[in-house]
Design a protein around this ligand. Structure first.
Ligand code: ADP
Ligand code: MG
Length: 200
């Protein structure tokens, strides 16, 4: 499938930018109140290069996005989202099938786990991205299923105790709040689905 790169970049970036206050509020409860600002800075930089990036073949475009996120987002999430996009860049062909996407996401999640020395259940973005890789690999998931699943997985971080990242410093006090990175991952995945199904 040839992806509508320009619309994907525009929609994902603008949804993240529009969610900056929500993400920052989540990070103020269990972190240092910068996740929204970090992500906004990164995706504003991606948007600034939108025309240039969307003219590239998919792997090169993903590499440009990953590099920009590493340079601009900062915090823990910048290198982690950077790793995610850079691994997708390495793994995806220019015109990926759903099976290609599933395999690439699974490799990207593995790189992210290695980079963050983390896994599912630690109350991080991995609690959305890792089950998403499993769901895609199972094949045949509808956009609606993917969208409601990612929202549910982000919600499921609320009762978790953080054992990775800044929120882990709070111990039991991290319980009862949604993880900001899980939420930003869900927002990005929902935006991608909306574009691919033509409802963005
Ligand atoms: P920082 O924590 O440095 O202020 P951000 O606020 O931008 O960075 O990002 C915080 C998010 O990063 C967390 O909500 C979590 O989802 C994610 N995160 C932090 N550490 C890890 C890790 N080791 N593995 C996976 N994700 C992580
Ligand atoms: Mg933070």
């Amino acid at each position: 499938m040839t992806l509508p790169l320009d619309t994907l970049i525009g929609t994902v970036s603008s949804r993240i930018i529009a969610s900056a206050d929500e993400l920052t509020a989540l990070d103020s409860a269990i972190g240092d109140a910068d996740h929204g600002l970090n992500m906004k800075r990164g995706f504003e930089a991606v948007l600034a290069d939108r025309a240039k990036i969307s003219a590239l073949p998919l792997p090169e475009a993903l590499k440009a996005i990953g590099t920009t996120l590493v340079m601009k987002v900062g915090g823990a999430s910048g290198p982690l989202y950077g790793t995610l996009f850079l691994t997708l860049a390495k793994e995806l062909p220019a015109d990926p099938t759903v099976a290609d996407a599933a395999r690439a996401l699974s490799a990207a999640v593995d790189s992210l786990k290695a980079r963050g020395k983390s896994d599912v259940g630690a109350k991080t973005m991995l609690d959305v991205l890792s089950p998403l890789a499993v769901l895609l690999a199972s094949g045949g998931a509808s956009f609606e299923t993917v969208k409601s699943s990612v929202d549910g997985w982000a919600e499921a971080t609320v009762p978790m105790k953080a054992i990775r990242g800044r929120a882990s410093f709070l111990g039991d006090r991290s319980i009862g709040h949604m993880d900001p990175g899980a939420r930003s991952s869900a927002i990005m995945v929902r935006a991608v689905c909306d574009v691919l199904e033509g409802t963005a």
